[in-house]
Design a protein around this ligand. Structure first.
Ligand code: CTP
Ligand code: MG
Length: 235
């Protein structure tokens, strides 16, 4: 049987949250934010989970997250790097013998088993896919003086979330190539970009859920707690 891994990223500093505790460890619905993210993967059909944490946080995560909550699918806890793509590469290197991999922001705690399983099915069908949602607001591109310069057609705009899911060999080769070419590294904010620029493969957009938000600024914690209570209330 072909196995699927998940790389859960939690090595960021959360600078836009402006908190003394990194946002992935902040309390949300009575537990660390990262607990909720990992719980969804534990309940999903992925076979193994690699957790990527900040420098010096590996043993804290093993004790306070993995052991404390008894996550059994986590096969490795590894240190990330300066930029998100460094952390992804570290996570991919720790994956053992999987044909598919889902890459997920630890800072998206409202992800569900259903979203994860949809993403996995997308990787199996298309080889490369990302979860996203159609943009609701009009988006403008500004000129260098802060005046509206362009208004892209909203109907073709998607807001991209995670999981982003791929055939393992495809995404691993794309990341190896990225690590060797500094000029491409600037402005890399997601994994689909890496596959788009480093391979010939097309990335399929799959509709996800408006509730799968990334906790980035303080008000996002309040919004996430509303969505999480709904998720737990349903069970
Ligand atoms: N991330 C990571 N390694 C990095 C940077 C980010 O693992 N060097 C992770 C974060 O922990 C988060 C996800 O990537 O789960 C998305 O990143 P983002 O929301 O930008 O988180 P931070 O980088 O922590 O926040 P900020 O940009 O506000 O500093
Ligand atoms: Mg960041």
């Amino acid at each position: 049987m072909e196995r699927t891994a998940a790389v859960v990223l939690a090595a960021g500093k959360g600078s836009r949250m402006e908190s003394t505790i990194h946002k992935q460890y902040m309390e949300l619905c009575g537990r660390p934010l990262l607990y909720h993210t990992l719980r969804a993967f534990e309940e999903s059909s992925v076979d193994e989970v690699v957790l990527v944490t900040g420098p010096g946080e590996v043993s804290f995560c093993r004790t306070e997250i993995v052991d404390r909550f008894g996550f059994r699918k986590i096969t490795a806890v590894t240190e990330g790097g300066k930029e998100r793509y460094h952390s992804v590469y570290a996570g991919l290197k720790a994956v053992k013998n999987c044909s598919y991999v889902l890459i997920h922001d630890g800072a998206r705690p409202c992800v569900t088993k259903e979203i994860i399983d949809t993403s996995k099915a997308g990787a199996m069908k298309y080889g490369a896919c990302v979860i996203g949602i159609p943009v609701k607001d009009t988006i403008k591109i500004s000129d260098e003086n802060g005046y509206a310069a362009l208004t892209p057609d909203r109907a073709s705009l998607w807001q991209i979330q995670t999981p982003q899911a791929f055939r393992f060999d495809l995404v691993f080769k794309a990341y190896q190539k990225l690590m060797g070419s500094e000029s491409y590294q600037k402005g890399v904010t997601d994994d689909a970009m890496v596959v788009e620029s480093m391979t010939e493969e097309k990335v399929k957009l799959i509709k996800g859920d408006y509730t799968n938000i990334k906790v980035t600024t303080p008000e996002d914690l309040e919004i996430a707690s509303v969505f999480l209570n709904k998720i737990y209330g349903k069970k």
